[in-house]
Ligand binder design. Structure first.
Ligand code: BES
Ligand code: ZN
Ligand code: ZN
Length: 491
């Protein structure tokens, strides 16, 4: 889709969108054609549209140099309009335009708020435009939006820049969602490797791939144990971006869970839960999405991305409940539940990440189903060993409406992850059901050492049946905007 910034409406094609606030009851913008003004005034007078409530009114009008389809969008009070509302409206608008099957949209900025919040507005529009069609072999004959003309009198030189940023973020989100929505027979560790190399090449990042042979040599015991039941090789992809002005500055290390399918292993998942588990690589996909955007957004930070990739399946070689494994860190772990596999591959990756002497380690994972019980499907559950970092992460998520909400890690939860016969255990058998997300985080914290660490559990938000206006059913890319904003702010 092409986005054009223009001063005047001089389009015949497509649909003309005019957002209206309550104040427009009294005064419409002076640069609207007089016929159009009186048309809108009549709609308001006749109560065809109520400017106090959020709604759309679709209509037709024949006017010189104007599209003949009109969509009035009532948005309520201007004073309560915010960046969050702009993003939400962008999402609602794109869905409305799609349902009307218009190919061109002429958006008349009736109030400067849209150029003030242009990045959020375009994020909502561009992210909300997504649909997952990769596996449909027949064209659906639905028309796609090809041109967006933004009509504004704003002279703000950063406008185009903000629109471009929104475009970068939306296309990274699309990459994440396409990976997460794809089934495991189509998207697996090799696909991620290919995608990572493509991103590295396009951006001149460093990239390294650790194959199973390397992992064995280096003794990545966690990821190797989890992958024992799979025919596909385990892999770890490491990406490096050097964006900091001081090239020697300590990087931040991002780790994303890449379980290509989580059957649960011998602690097998039930019907109803298992079918979703091709999406258990959403953390790794999100980190790829971050790397897709880092350079384009010109973020001034050194960043290392670690993507551990494995499958949690069953065969005669699969790891068993009661096995004791030795992790990359040298610690032994008693496997009390083979379905608590994510923490094992993350723990090895965290340990590996420490060799970069990072300023901070960030982990993101569809780590626990308990996360959706604790913080639902709007907030990711977030954790940290640093209160100030936790606050920064929360603030970053809130700023871009990609939110996380803090959960605690009690000292006793950490103790619950100790084993009687090994150093640690991967699941608290006794009181396993309670504070499940916190205990998973407590397990990870054992591998972090003295480094600052933040952790995002997207178990409740990575995919949805209850989409927000700028989301559709399926993958959400939750965490992507939060992480990008967080890195930008600590840079
Ligand atoms: N991948 C799952 C967590 C998950 C479940 C994410 C549903 C999203 C939706 C994870 O590996 C897992 O199986 N966790 C178990 C942990 C338990 C065995 C300690 C869970 O959540 O039940
Ligand atoms: Zn699992
Ligand atoms: Zn899992």
């Amino acid at each position: 889709m092409k986005i054009k910034v223009q001063k005047n409406i001089k389009h015949k094609k497509g649909i003309l969108v005019i957002p209206l606030f309550t104040k427009h009851n009294k005064k419409l913008p002076s640069n609207l054609a007089p016929e159009l003004k009186s048309f809108i005034e009549d709609r308001i007078k006749n109560l065809d549209i109520d400017l106090k409530k959020e709604s759309f009114l679709h209509s037709f009008i024949d006017l010189k140099n104007h599209p003949n389809q009109i969509l009035l969008a009532s948005l309520g009070e201007k004073d309560s309009f915010s960046s969050k509302k702009a993003r939400t409206f962008g999402g609602k608008l794109v869905k409305k335009i799609k349902s009307l099957q218009a190919e061109e949209i002429v958006f008349f900025e009736s109030d400067k708020v849209f150029s003030d919040h242009s990045q959020s507005f375009f994020e909502g529009f561009l992210i909300g435009r997504y649909s997952f069609k990769k596996f449909k072999t027949k064209e659906d004959n639905k028309k796609e939006i090809t041109v967006f003309s933004f009509i504004t009198s704003s002279k703000d030189s950063s406008l185009k820049d903000s629109i471009q940023k929104a475009d970068i973020i939306a296309s990274s989100a699309e990459l994440v969602k396409n990976l997460v929505n794809s089934p495991s027979n189509e998207v697996h560790a090799k696909t991620f490797e290919k995608e990572a190399k493509k991103i590295a090449k396009a951006n001149k990042y460093k990239v390294a791939v650790l194959n199973e042979k390397d992992l064995k040599k280096m003794k990545w015991g966690g990821i190797l144990a989890v992958n024992q039941g799979s025919h596909n090789e385990a892999k770890v992809v490491v990406l490096e971006y050097n964006g900091a002005t001081n090239k020697k500055e300590a990087p931040i290390v991002l780790v994303g869970k890449g379980i290509m399918f989580d059957a649960g292993g011998y602690n097998i998942k039930r019907t109803g839960a298992i079918e979703l588990m091709h999406q258990d690589m959403a953390g790794a996909a999100t980190i790829l999405g971050v790397f897709d955007a880092l350079k384009a957004l010109n973020i001034k930070k050194n960043v290392v991305g670690i993507l551990p990739m494995a499958e949690n399946l069953i065969n005669q070689k699969a790891y068993r409940p009661s096995d004791i494994i030795t992790m990359l860190s040298g610690n032994t772990v008693e496997i009390t539940n083979t379905d608590a596999e994510g923490r094992l591959i993350l723990a090895d990756s965290i340990h590996y990440g420490r060799k970069y002497k990072p300023e901070l380690i960030l982990t993101i994972a569809t780590l626990t189903g308990a996360s959706s019980v604790a913080t639902g499907n709007r907030y990711a559950s977030i954790f940290s060993n640093s209160e100030s970092m936790l606050e920064k992460l929360k603030e970053a998520g809130a700023a871009v409406d990609d939110p996380g909400w803090p959960l605690p890690i009690h000292e006793d939860y950490k103790k619950k992850m100790d084993s009687e016969i090994a150093d640690f255990r991967n699941y608290d058998k006794g009181t396993g059901g309670i504070a499940g997300s916190s205990k998973a985080a407590a397990f990870l914290e054992k591998f972090v050492g003295k480094h600052d660490w933040v952790h995002i559990d997207i178990g409740g938000t990575a995919f949805t049946n209850d989409p927000r206006p700028f989301e559709v059913k399926g993958a959400t890319a939750h965490g992507l905007r939060m992480i990008l904003k967080f890195i930008e702010r600590i840079a």
